[in-house]
Ligand binder design. Structure first.
Ligand SMILES: CC(C)(COP(=O)(O)OP(=O)(O)OC[C@H]1O[C@@H](n2cnc3c(N)ncnc32)[C@H](O)[C@@H]1OP(=O)(O)O)[C@@H](O)C(=O)NCCC(=O)NCCS
Length: 204
């Protein structure tokens, strides 16, 4: 027996059994996938932020080193939505341990805190106004219910986005003490704990 016929993987191409198209292995990426982010996603995150914030106001919630910082310290508090392998929307959070947000909350992760501070939610420009921001937020809040140490989620946003977050169940707490240049913010919160029935049935 020749070496070629004994080792099927060395067979010349013309001798291989043809594989029907239906049986060919597919190499396509999942159409839609939700997962926590990691530091390898930081550049994709920052590209979306650059367009969404820096091109508009010159500022953004998290610069690249801060994205890496939080995705190193608490990747489990992030969530990305990938369409065919490409990041289209994301949330990055960290833990906070006070009733209201202070400037320190912008850069710190308090591992013993019970409040998730949502630093940023952003949707890639070409995917906006399709419900993705609302769906991602809904999934994130459901996910937080499964983290036993989380009592509530808080965020700060500009006035015009208050109705958007209210639709996701956030309530206004009042003006936020943090300002960024000329920008002022409203602080909003969402109670993650306290719905015992919903928790029992949440599939955590
Ligand atoms: C804000 C954002 C996350 C919303 O995500 P989205 O997928 O476009 O939103 P959805 O399709 O789920 O919901 C659309 C709703 O968002 C609200 N909304 C979105 N952008 C808005 C804006 N610039 N001004 C006011 N409302 C806005 C509206 O309530 C809209 O409802 P409508 O269609 O009835 O007008 C997205 O537009 C984005 O990434 N913007 C740039 C970054 C940003 O501002 N992030 C928030 C930081 S706090």
């Amino acid at each position: 027996m020749s070496v070629v016929s004994a080792l099927p993987f060395l067979k010349p191409i013309h001798m291989r059994t043809p594989v029907s198209p239906g049986r060919q292995r597919r190499h396509t990426l999942p159409a839609s996938e939700f997962r926590c982010l990691n530091t390898e996603d930081a550049i994709s995150v920052f590209e979306i932020e650059r367009e969404a914030f820096i091109s508009v106001s010159g500022e953004c919630p998290l610069y690249l080193d801060e994205v890496r910082h939080f995705l190193t310290l608490c990747p489990e508090l992030s969530l990305g939505w990938f369409v065919e392998g490409r990041l289209v929307a994301f949330i990055i959070g960290s833990l906070w341990d006070q009733d209201r947000l202070t400037t320190e909350a912008l850069t710190l992760h308090k591992p013993h805190g019970t409040t998730v501070h949502i630093h940023v939610l952003a949707v890639h420009r070409t995917f906006r106004q399709q419900g993705k921001g609302s769906i991602l937020m809904w999934r994130y809040l459901q996910y937080l219910r499964c983290l036993p140490y989380v009592r509530r989620a808080v965020l700060m946003c500009e006035d015009f986005l208050v109705p958007f977050y209210q639709k996701s169940g956030f309530k206004v707490q009042g003006p936020c003490e943090i300002t960024v240049g000329p920008l002022t913010f409203i602080e909003m919160q969402y109670p993650v704990r306290g719905h015992a029935f919903m928790r029992r049935n949440s599939g955590c």
